[in-house]
Each structure stands twice: as structure tokens, then as C-alpha cells.
Design a protein around this ligand. Structure first.
Ligand code: ATP
Length: 579
């Protein structure tokens, strides 16, 4: 297919907001593509050339994109800038000017040709790379038609934002094959194991839906992480899963580790599947030193450790290791210990469906440890097999006394469920004075400009919501205007600036009284602590939080990982139960 035809789809998709219409447009487009075209198109639709977990970004600021544009159009920068400011959109401005002139270099490029050029630009690095990127983009602008140019210039600025999520693409895959959503569960299960939308699409097109059951973990493609259910007493845990393995719940950050001994490459992925390898050189060294398998995918929790006292550091200290600068210095100041608790793949064998207790045995076999915490960076999370509720309570009290967050009980024959929150893992956390056991992860949907003292911060209150999985919409649960420090107000304002959108995203359900001055794309996740959940007529969750306050920013979570409405509803019915 020609890129110009793809651009007409970009335009159609951009013009509609109904999820159903977008799904059917995508399905229609996918039907027309070859398997390889489909793979690459899906990346382009997301404004990328590789899946999101691969840290390949164009690294072109608006200024540089403008350079490519004015060189392609052979026009004065000041004139272009003036017009672009008036139109408020680089893409539309380029389109406007391209319509005025005929280019001698016009060429009806295919999707694959355009993709290849963009891929070269994105992967260029080194001294002359900016110049190289500008040249590629500039040539493409000269070659492509006006509408294609509109979308082309949005890609290197990561401004594609066509307003749909990975889940819509999965629906569209099902529609492409059957004209309805019926294949989504099978496709989604495969996507949880290998969340590379392009790859999944290509395989579907090449081999059909049957092949989805054979999708295997793949080294350097992070598996969507499993999550834990929650309960608040040892007795409830035993009633739910019987005799279980009880592990400490470390309050650090979760890492999924991919290691290939032959190439010596270790990659670390965060919960939101971001490649965070550069941040933790000490963990990488530890893995290389202590791992006996040749190719492995495992998971663990990294937590700061104080060698002087031999104790774990609170989350506020551990989180300082999450940084882009002064990494080596901080690593000396706050060394990390990685407590491994899962083995998902090793040397060609997929462990995802192996019962927990067997996975764990293999995990112990492939990691060499001295069992001396002061010597090893990589350790195995200790566990105790327990069959009585009271013993779980004792284990829990002991964990709390050691400054940990609580415990995680694991079902002995439970499989690893990629992407699911299931009963194979149950978390039992310290219950604070409030009636709600757990914190709530909310998406920041918008904010109101500051009044009074807060004019300084630019933000006075922000609207938060949770995810209604059934409707695939975000519903509101609180507007928060107090309880943040000055630093936190500034931080939330700064984080919001990149996410601003002109109007309320169509995936938001908001009552009139809760509308915001500024709307944000669903991206920023905050962990909120509250005293109570109450019924609410003004929030679209029909529930509200009493005395909500910011606990921390959850940069490791995606918007779809926010607490779901059904989880909130069960917290609402469960609240007040004492443990
Ligand atoms: P929370 O906010 O309660 O930490 P979460 O929303 O980040 O939870 P959950 O799946 O609900 O994620 O809780 C499990 C988290 O606990 C894991 O993501 C992991 O980061 C952490 N954790 C700490 N110790 C363990 C352990 N021994 N086994 C599994 N997960 C552990």
C-alpha cells in the first residue's frame, strides 16, 4: 500500500472519537495490508518505528523538525514560524504550504519505503545524527503528498496521538478476521505474553488466530506483569488458596530481567515495560555474575539496602535510584538488592504455565548465591510454606517489624498469569489507621488553574479517575485540592504540561460539575491514600474518596494499570471489615 493511502486512514481516524468507528476503520485498513505492512503500520499508527518497550526514539525536538520542513519547502524560517503559530499545528502548516507548490521530487512512496527511511532516522546516533535525521525527514517531506506530510512530521515529535489504545488495536485484529470482538480474548492472551502489537498482527495475518495459543515468551520483549489480589487476614488467605508460600513484600520497584549470556546483554524492564537498564548498573553486574542459565527471563523487586545497618531502606530512599543522571554515584550511596521471585523463561523453556513451586525450584537452581546479603546483589526472596491462618499473621507481623510492606502469599500450584490480577498471588499489606486496606492508583484527568496562593504553581486542584474495564473508559472518583507539598504541586504541574489536550478525551466520563480548566491525556498515574470510600452522585464512578491525599507518583504504571472500577467496588463493600 502507498503511504498516501495510509494517510487517508490517519485522517479518517483522527476525525472520529467513537471507539467502535475507530475499530472498524482500523480493521478495514488492516485487511488491505500484507503481513509485513501490517506490522510496520501498527508502529507508525502509534507514532513509532518499533514497539513501545524498545527505547528507540527519534529524539527530534520541534526546532529540528522545523529545520527539516523549511529546508524541504525552501522557505524562510521566520515566515513559516509565523504561519505555524497562527495555525497552531506544524503538520497542518506543512500540508498547507505543500499544497501551494509542486515538488519536482514527488514520489508515490509505499508504506514500507517510508517506514524504512523513518527507521533509519530514528536509529541514527553519533555526531552527525541530527543532520542525518533532518536530511531524511526533509527528503520525505519533498517526496510525499500534502496530507502524508501532515502526519509524517508528527511522527518524530511523538505527536501522533490518534486517540486509541493497544486494546483498540487488539479489537481491530479480531474484527479484521471475523467482523466482531469474539477473538479478542485469545489475541489478548498472546499479547500479554508478547506485547508487541506489530508482531502479533503479522502472525495473525500470516498464520491465523490458532497460532495465538503458541505465542511464547521472547527474550528482550517484556512479558506483561502479573499482579496480586488483596486480602487482609491470614485466615482469608488460607480459605482462598489453602497451604501457600509466604514471601516478604519488599517496597522497592519491580524489575523484569532479560539476560542473554552469549551477547552479554542484560535488559531491565519496569512495570510499565519501559527499558530502565541504564539506571541500574549494579543490578546488571549482579545478574551477569550470578546467573548460570544462558538465556533467561525472571522477575524480582529491587530495594535499597543500608550496608552499615544491614536494613532495607524505605521506598522514599530506594526511589532516588530512579534517575537519569549521576547514576554511578547514587549506586554507591544506595546499593540495591534484587530479590528474585519469578522465573518465566530459561534456555528455551517457557515456565509461565509451570506450577509456582516448580518454577521456584528452577529459579533457585539458576542463581548462584552465597546467601550472604552483604555479598550478593541478586538474592532469592525467602519463603515459608504455611497452612494455618495464624501462622500467616505471625509471618506478617514479623515482616512489618522488619520494616517491610507486608507479605505476598502464593498459591503452590498457581501458574504465572501474564497481565492479570489473579488469586495465585495475594498481597496482605500493613493496614493503616484508615478503613481502606490499600491505596488507589488513579489517572490524573485534568486540572483547574490555581487560585490565591496556588497561582504560583499554575494548578489548584486536579481531577482523578479510575478505569472502568467494562466500558473501557475512565470514570472520576475525586478532585484533589489539598494535601500536597509545594514541591509536589510543582511536580504535578510540570508532569502535566506535556499531556495537555484541547478538549476532554473521549475515553473520559465526567459529570458537568467536575469539568476541568485543562484536560490531560490519560497518562499520569498517582497513588492516592484515602480514609474511606463513599457513594457519590457527582462522580461517574458513583463512588468517591474521603480525604484523598497524594502518596506518590507512579511513573512505573500505565493509565490502564490504574485501579479498576470493579476493584474499587469490592474495596467499597469490603471496607470496615477489621482484620
Ligand atoms: P502495590 O501498590 O500494593 O505495591 P502494585 O499495584 O504495585 O501494588 P500489585 O500487583 O498489586 O502491584 O502488588 C504486587 C507488587 O508487589 C508487585 O508488583 C511487586 O512490585 C511487589 N512485590 C514485592 N515483593 C514481592 C514478592 N515477594 N513477590 C511478588 N511481588 C512482590
Amino acid at each position: 500500500m502507498k503511504f498516501a493511502d495510509l494517510a487517508t486512514y490517519f485522517e479518517k481516524i483522527e476525525a472520529v472519537s467513537s471507539r467502535l468507528t475507530i475499530t472498524s476503520l482500523l480493521a478495514e485498513l488492516f485487511q488491505k495490508l500484507t503481513p509485513l505492512e501490517l506490522e510496520k503500520t501498527v508502529y507508525l499508527l502509534q507514532g513509532r518505528v518499533v514497539p513501545a518497550f524498545q527505547a528507540i526514539e527519534f529524539g527530534m525536538a520541534e526546532k529540528t523538525v522545523v529545520k527539516a520542513i523549511v529546508s524541504a519547502l525552501n522557505m524562510e524560517k521566520a515566515y513559516f514560524d509565523r504561519e505555524a503559530r497562527k495555525m497552531g499545528d506544524l503538520g497542518k502548516t506543512v500540508e498547507f504550504f505543500k499544497k501551494q507548490f509542486l515538488s519536482f521530487e514527488a514520489k508515490d512512496l509505499t508504506i514500507l519505503e517510508t517506514y524504512e527511511a523513518l527507521y533509519k532516522a530514528a536509529t541514527a546516533h553519533g555526531d552527525k545524527s541530527q543532520e542525518f535525521k533532518i536530511n531524511i525527514l526533509s527528503l520525505l517531506i519533498r517526496q510525499l503528498d500534502p496530507l502524508s506530510a501532515r502526519y509524517l512530521v508528527r511522527i518524530p515529535q511523538t505527536l501522533m496521538r490518534l486517540g486509541f489504545s493497544d486494546m483498540t488495536v487488539l479489537d481491530a485484529y479480531s474484527w479484521m478476521l471475523t467482523g466482531d470482538k469474539s477473538l479478542r480474548p485469545a489475541i489478548e492472551a498472546a499479547y500479554h505474553v508478547r506485547p508487541d502489537l506489530g508482531y502479533i498482527g503479522r502472525i495473525l495475518k500470516e498464520k491465523g488466530v490458532k497460532e495465538m495459543a503458541n505465542i511464547q515468551p521472547h527474550i528482550f520483549t517484556p512479558i506483561i506483569m502479573m499482579r496480586a489480589e488483596r486480602l487482609s487476614s491470614g485466615e482469608e488467605i488460607i480459605a482462598q488458596i489453602g497451604t501457600c508460600a509466604v514471601e516478604p513484600k519488599y517496597d522497592g520497584f519491580r524489575l523484569q530481567i532479560h539476560y542473554d549470556k552469549k551477547s552479554g546483554v542484560v535488559k531491565l524492564y519496569s512495570r510499565s515495560l519501559e527499558d530502565v537498564s541504564l539506571m541500574y548498573p549494579d543490578v546488571i553486574e549482579g545478574i551477569k555474575k550470578q546467573m548460570s542459565a544462558d538465556e533467561v527471563i525472571l522477575e524480582g523487586e529491587a530495594i535499597g539496602f543500608d550496608p552499615a545497618t544491614g536494613s532495607f531502606l524505605p521506598f522514599q530512599d530506594t526511589v532516588q535510584r530512579k534517575r537519569k543522571y549521576d547514576i554511578a554515584e547514587k549506586a554507591l550511596e544506595i546499593p540495591l538488592k534484587l530479590f528474585c521471585f519469578e522465573l518465566l523463561y530459561a534456555d528455551g523453556k517457557n515456565y509461565v504455565h509451570t506450577p509456582f513451586i516448580e518454577r521456584r525450584k528452577c529459579l533457585e537452581e539458576i542463581i548462584h548465591t552465597t546467601k550472604d546479603i552483604s555479598k550478593d546483589t541478586v538474592l532469592i526472596a525467602p519463603h515459608e510454606i504455611i497452612s494455618e491462618g495464624v501462622k500467616i499473621e505471625l509471618n506478617f507481623e514479623d515482616a512489618i517489624a522488619r520494616g517491610l510492606e507486608g507479605i505476598i502469599a502464593k498459591k503452590l500450584d498457581g501458574i504465572y498469569q501474564p497481565g492479570a490480577r489473579g488469586w495465585n498471588w495475594i498481597k496482605f499489606k500493613r493496614s493503616y489507621s484508615s478503613k481502606i486496606e490499600d491505596t488507589i492508583d488513579c489517572v490524573v484527568m485534568g486540572y483547574d488553574a490555581g487560585k490565591g496562593k496556588r497561582t504560583d504553581f499554575g494548578i489548584g486542584a486536579f481531577l482523578v479517575g479510575i478505569y472502568d474495564k467494562t466500558k473501557e473508559k475512565y470514570v472520576t472518583i475525586a478532585k484533589i485540592g489539598t494535601g500536597l507539598t509545594d514541591i509536589e504541586w510543582r511536580e504535578i504541574f510540570a508532569k502535566s504540561q506535556k499531556l495537555k489536550v484541547k478538549s476532554k478525551p473521549s475515553v473520559y466520563e465526567v459529570e458537568k460539575g467536575m469539568e476541568c480548566d485543562v484536560w490531560l491525556d490519560p497518562y499520569l498515574v498517582v497513588e492516592i491514600k484515602a480514609d474511606e470510600i463513599t457513594k457519590s452522585p457527582i462522580h461517574t464512578a458513583h463512588l468517591a474518596l474521603r480525604f484523598p491525599r497524594l502518596q506518590r507518583f507512579r511513573d512505573d504504571k500505565k493509565a490502564e494499570d490504574a485501579t479498576t472500577l470493579s476493584e474499587m467496588e469490592s474495596m467499597f463493600t469490603g471496607q470496615g471489615k477489621t482484620k
